[in-house]
Design a protein around this ligand. Structure first.
Ligand SMILES: CC(C)(COP(=O)(O)OP(=O)(O)OC[C@H]1O[C@@H](n2cnc3c(N)ncnc32)[C@H](O)[C@@H]1OP(=O)(O)O)[C@@H](O)C(=O)NCCC(=O)NCCS
Length: 254
């Protein structure tokens, strides 16, 4: 065998092993994808999403309110055609979820008030059974909006609670309200998969952009949004971030 043939043979073997390793890698990735399921959430998923929320936000006020409150809160996302809730599950366990609402510029109230109105009874029952939560910092900071919502609930305040229309971006847009990944599974790309999926859904619905607000010290979340193309559009202790959406390209030419 001359040197050309030896080199050729090594090259062929190299290609063969390269292809074997590549196929093995693709198969592993495909297998992982088959185990994971991204689904649009339904009523039967509320319990597992609530459990996942407690793993993603173990110290949050909403988690402290308990399962019944959380299930009612996530129910809100699947009660209206304006709201969207998706989750990723593996063997029946929710690993991460993402929800929000479509803002067409004509919303009567923001998401906080809408959720408070919807979960009012469950929130009250939970606070009465755990009265120490009255002194939770989140609740103290939210007193003004809570008082307005209590008045609204009992018919004393019928007008819109906050002006929800801003002129910084075009409507309709998707307001991402919540995203969480079970802390055992964070950093493995699940948050990115949820953001990609919510982006596809938003594009299919013809939305022009997506926006969210995030605490400026939540570096992990900000990094995840930025690596997925979101940009900061307003600062402060709560950052406002946005991603403009190009129209969905379905491959048709006119
Ligand atoms: C934010 C969240 C949804 C992201 O989900 P995730 O599955 O961890 O996301 P990904 O794995 O796709 O990406 C995480 C990225 O953050 C990075 N990261 C991890 N810890 C970090 C930190 N302390 N500071 C900055 N970046 C960090 C990871 O390295 C990874 O980036 P990389 O791919 O460039 O290495 C998830 O971390 C979470 O549920 N956090 C708690 C709840 C929360 O804060 N939700 C957002 C409220 S606005």
């Amino acid at each position: 065998m001359n040197s050309y043939n030896i080199a050729y043979s090594i090259k062929i073997r190299g290609l063969y092993y390269h292809n074997c390793i590549k196929n093995l890698f693709i198969n592993i990735v495909l297998l992982r994808m088959l185990e994971y399921k991204i689904v649009e959430s339904s009523l039967s998923d509320l319990k597992k999403i609530s459990l996942c929320h407690k793993q993603a936000f173990p110290k949050s006020f909403f988690s402290a309110l308990g399962n019944k409150f959380l299930m009612k809160m996530f129910e809100w996302y699947i009660t209206s055609e304006y709201n969207i809730l998706i989750h990723i599950e593996e063997n029946g366990t929710c690993l991460g979820y993402c929800g929000g609402m479509i803002n067409d510029g004509n919303l009567k109230m923001g998401s906080v008030s809408a959720i408070l109105q919807y979960t009012f009874k469950e929130a009250m029952v939970s606070i009465i059974s755990k009265p120490w939560l009255i002194f939770h910092q989140v609740l103290i900071n939210s007193y003004p909006i809570i008082i307005k919502n209590v008045k609204m609930k009992f018919g004393f305040n019928k007008k819109s609670l906050i002006s929800f229309k801003d002129n910084t971006t075009e409507y309709p847009k998707f307001g991402l309200i919540v995203i969480g990944v079970d802390n055992k599974y964070q950093g493995k790309g699940i948050g990115t998969q949820l953001l990609k999926e919510i982006e596809i859904i938003s594009k299919v619905k013809g939305l022009k952009s997506m926006y969210l607000s995030v605490s400026d010290n939540n570096h992990q979340a900000i990094h995840t949004y930025e690596k997925n193309g979101w940009v900061k559009i307003a600062g402060g202790s709560n950052l406002l971030m946005e991603k403009k959406l190009a129209p969905l390209n379905l491959g048709f030419t006119s």
